[in-house]
Structures are given as structure tokens and as C-alpha cells.
Design a protein around this ligand. Sequence first.
Ligand SMILES: NC(=O)c1ccc[n+]([C@@H]2O[C@H](COP(=O)([O-])OP(=O)(O)OC[C@H]3O[C@@H](n4cnc5c(N)ncnc54)[C@H](O)[C@@H]3O)[C@@H](O)[C@H]2O)c1
Length: 272
Amino acid sequence: MAERLAGKTALIIGAGSVGTTAATDGDLGGWGNGKTAATLFAREGARVFAVDLRADAVADTRKIIEREGGSCETMTADATNESDIEKVVAACIDQFGQIDILMNNVGGSIPGGPVEMSVSEWQGNLDLNLKTAFLGCKYALPHMVNQGKGSILNVSSVAGTSYLGRDMVSYATAKAGLIQFSKSVARQYAAAGIRANTIVPGLMNTPLVMDRIADQYGAGDIDETIAMRDAMCPTGKMGTAWDVGWAAVFLASDEARYVTGTEIVVDGGLTA
Ligand SMILES: NC(=O)c1ccc[n+]([C@@H]2O[C@H](COP(=O)([O-])OP(=O)(O)OC[C@H]3O[C@@H](n4cnc5c(N)ncnc54)[C@H](O)[C@@H]3O)[C@@H](O)[C@H]2O)c1
């Protein structure tokens, strides 16, 4: 079967994972959404430019891709920092000469409502979830316009469309904003041949759950947190990063050439 992303270059920002390297697809241990999408993009023939705050995390992604025979370059950068992202885009263009796919994957939640959160926590969380996508688009879009094509994928969350029982007002606000951000970009650049869509994951069993979210559930341990999250899902199980990754492959590919300004919700029916 033909590779679905052959000849394309993918810039993935947040391409590492908070977890450690996992050996196989079946092992959830180290597979975050960005790392899994990077791996699938490479399997489908794309050249990957993988960017992350942590050098070790993005080195893991590169190892996985290269041991499978794929092509991956890496760079460390802070996605909330404008000059870092300007340099990332320039380096990707230097290396590969084009950016066909931009995946803005950086993000994460912190607990609290308006009273509990400090102003700096609020602003920092908006920056992590929203400014990162803005900066990726700001610097990649001119290249996409020159190419006359491009596909932008922004990673939101069901927390941006529904209240799921936990107070995390900055995350919910930023992830909701990201959906409209994609729509705005999609309409502005549709005539230029550029598509912009949002992936909306539900409750996923990624390393992020073990690393950060467990504390927020107030469960005794990781297993209890996983059981609580599984029980919230209509299928009885959380999704995995592979479910998000395959949605990303579709949206990035020419199969989705008429799909822009919309969302793919990957939540097992949670918000239905
Ligand atoms: N896991 C879930 O249940 C879930 C559900 C809904 C939405 N999401 C969204 O999915 C996205 C990430 O998922 P993931 O599983 O890949 O998470 P992850 O935390 O494993 O991976 C994100 C990567 O981004 C990197 N990163 C963090 N801050 C950065 C910065 N400032 N600059 C550059 N890199 C930075 C981290 O080092 C990490 O390697 C987030 O946007 C998150 O909000 C996750």
C-alpha cells in the first residue's frame, strides 16, 4: 500500500513525551500524542522535524523513527518563546526545504478556577496551550503560502468543549480557544491551499496521566487513577495516543484535502 504522507515534511512541536521509550505499539508506557504522531507520520513516509523542550524526549522519538528506517531531525526549543519558534521554522526549512504539516501538540492542564489560580498560572497555562499554536502558525504559514499548500493540526481537548468534572479553567478556556483559532486560520488561508484543523482528544491513557494528572484526581495511586478514568469512558477504556495519531495522519494526508476548519473528536463517545 502506498505511504499516505510520502514526500511530505512534518514539523511537530511537542514531539517528545513525558514518559520513557516504549518498545512496541502495544506498550502504553512511553507513547504521548506528539511522539506517536511523529512515529506514524514517519511510517507513512513523511520526513519529520521533531521539536521539544527536552533533548532526551525528542532523542527518544528520533531513535524510534530511525530504527524503523524513517527520517527524523530534532531540535530543542521552548514553544512559548517567539525567537525559539522562529529559529525552529528556519531550521526545518534549511533542513528539508518545506513544511507540509505543522502539528502544534504542546499543552497541558493545571487545576483550579479563577479564585484558586494566580494570574501568572493563568497566563502561563494560556501561553502553553494557545500561544504555542499561534507562534507555530505565525512562522510556518508564510512558508506554506509560498508552497501553495500545507496542513496545520492543533491539539485541543474535550475539556475545551465540555465540563468533565474537574476545575481547570485556564486549560478549558485555552483549548476552546484553540478550536476557533484553527477555524479562523482555516478560513483566512483556504484560498492559499492551506488547511487547519483541530484534534480533540478525550481521556487518553498516555504517560501524561501518570506524570501529572494522577495528583489531580486525588486517587490513591496510578492504577486507581487509570481505573477512575476508564470508568468515565463509554467504552469502559480510555483511548491511546495511537488513536490520536491516526486522526493526525488522516488530517495531514491528502485524503483530507477538502477537510478544513473543523475538528476530529477522538473520545470514544465521551462527549456525545
Ligand atoms: N493525554 C491526554 O489524556 C490528553 C487529553 C486531551 C488532550 N491532550 C493534549 O495532548 C497534547 C499533548 O499530549 P502528549 O500525550 O503528547 O503529552 P506529553 O506531555 O507526553 O508530550 C508533550 C511534549 O511537549 C513537550 N513540551 C512541554 N512544554 C513544552 C514547551 N514549552 N516547548 C516545547 N515542548 C514542550 C514535553 O516535553 C513533552 O515531550 C497536549 O496539548 C494535551 O493538552 C492530552
